[in-house]
Design a protein. Structure first.
Length: 458
């Protein structure tokens, strides 16, 4: 049977560059944040303890990439000075190993430091002692990155003890441990107890969302590596003449000379030229991602998906249409994944909002959502939560970006009240709700939205 697989792609040259685990060489958009982190870590380059640092900001802002880049540089320095410096760095993603307790996170640190198996049959205190003992054995400067640190929830024993390890004599004078915490849950950060805050946050570094210009730079650097016949050439090396950011003599490239762009904050100009991306692809993706959350991961995903769509369908050039298709597919995949992982109760709350969205009754207050939620719960034979608990689920859906919860003026009576509406395309939600087997038998069309409750009704 002839194979439909191809070993080369007419679109991609180096597809890995657009994958999640690719580590960029540079992060010019994060120069200030890297400088701050550099300052926090520089005592380690002198053989003493680094400051504890806390990197925070929304998803996809380069926090992890910045921590890894800066640690790699410090490791390189320590290697060069290995007769003088004794440095150990650990990167631990609390979420991916489900290290949701101090016990599990301390076990992981112990395992990484010793190479031993996971300790079993011990109390949290005993595992923390084992972890500090391992630090004593390793000695020197030990920097531990705890990514997604918020998954530790309100179990702050580890976060309280680690920064105090020297002061409390948990480790000897020859050990300098410190923590780089990373989180995109700003509420968690604010809710930490003040005793933990004061020690964990020697240096706090905020990563604010990327704007469209920064996203364009990030995407152009990636695209030049990832796609066929796509390049970034310094203006003085390109066969074109540029005046006021415009190409006035197109040289050998005639009708398709590319465009003049910047790819970092140095002010240096480049010609970006591509035979597989039309000129509106990168600006459009950047605009979509900037309008949404300014998330570089999301922007890179759109670019990759657009390439995959073109590749699979034999399309020669990615264009606006391919980008729109990619955006809707990525959105669908994201929502589908989030919805499948939700509890049934969260799915029921979402189904209720969806019914009201369909009938044009959103943004809507909690009470009408609750009425529909009860109907739906009856329909599928699920337990019914009290109104407050159902609202907690709505707030969680807001955190996931699936619905939008906003306090709005509620009219003449009372102060502002929460109003909810869908934030993602309704047809995607309906399709996924229909696929979820736990909601089998639910027909959204049959649920009566009852009296509408738009803002204007109040
Ligand atoms: N300035 C940048 N230049 C190039 N690539 C970047 C930049 N910022 C982020 N990225 C890329 O975007 C993706 C997300 O970045 P990263 O994982 O560092 O974000 P994060 O802030 O740690 O997000 P999360 O909190 O969701 O883990 C990665 O693929 C990363 O390489």
């Amino acid at each position: 049977m002839p194979s439909r697989y191809a070993s080369t792609s007419h679109i991609f040259q180096e597809e890995e560059v657009l994958r999640e685990d690719y580590r960029p060489d540079e992060l010019p958009e994060r120069e200030d944040e890297l400088d701050n982190l550099h300052m926090a870590l520089s005592p380690a380059a002198r053989g003493v303890g680094a400051n504890n640092a806390f990197l925070y900001g929304k998803a996809g802002q380069g926090k992890t990439a910045a921590a890894k880049t800066e640690l790699a540089e410090l490791e390189y320095h320590a290697e060069e000075e290995s007769d003088r410096l004794d440095l150990t760095t650990l990167y631990i993603s609390c979420e991916s190993h489900d290290l949701s307790t101090s016990f599990r996170a301390a076990s992981r640190i112990y395992m990484e430091l010793t190479g031993n198996e996971r300790p079993t049959g011990h109390s949290t205190d005993a595992v923390m002692d084992m972890m500090f003992e391992a630090m004593n054995d390793v000695g020197g400067t030990i920097i531990i990155v705890l990514d997604e640190i918020d998954t530790l929830g309100d179990d702050d024993r580890l976060l309280y003890s680690l920064p105090r390890a020297r002061a409390q004599n948990y480790v000897g004078d020859h050990v300098y441990p410190s923590v780089i915490g990373i989180s995109n849950d700003l509420q968690w950060r604010d809710n930490l107890s003040s005793k933990v805050k004061s020690s964990l946050y020697d240096d706090q570094i905020l990563f604010s969302p990327y704007d469209a210009i920064q996203l364009k730079q990030i995407l152009r650097r990636r695209a030049a590596k990832a796609f066929q016949d796509t390049e970034l050439i310094p203006v003085d090396e390109a066969d074109v003449t540029v005046e006021d950011d415009t190409i006035i003599d197109t040289g050998e490239f005639g009708s398709d000379p590319g465009e003049v762009v910047e790819i970092d904050c140095s002010g240096e100009q480049y010609v970006f030229r591509s035979e597989v991306l039309t000129s509106d692809v990168i600006p459009l993706i950047s605009a979509f991602a900037a309008q949404d959350k300014g998330d570089a991961r999301q922007a890179i995903k759109y670019l990759r998906k657009a390439g995959e769509i073109a590749d699979a369908n034999g399309i020669e050039q990615l264009d606006e249409e391919t980008v729109r298709q990619a955006q809707s597919q990525v959105e669908k995949e994201t929502v589908t994944e989030a919805m499948r992982e939700m509890t049934t109760q969260a799915q029921l709350a979402l189904a209720a909002i969806t019914v009201l969205e369909k009938s044009g009754d959103t943004p809507v207050r909690t009470k009408p959502v609750y009425a529909i939620y009860q109907n739906i719960a009856d329909e599928v034979g699920a337990d019914k939560l009290v109104q407050r608990r159902m609202r907690d689920h709505l707030m969680e859906l807001d955190m996931q970006g699936i619905i939008d919860a906003r306090k709005r003026a509620a009219g003449s009576v009372g102060g502002p009240a929460w109003h909810f509406e869908l934030q993602v395309a309704i047809d995607i939600v309906v399709e996924v709700l229909n696929e979820i087997s736990r909601l089998d038998g639910l027909n959204l069309d049959k649920i009566n939205p009852g009296k509408g409750s738009k803002i204007s009704d109040y």
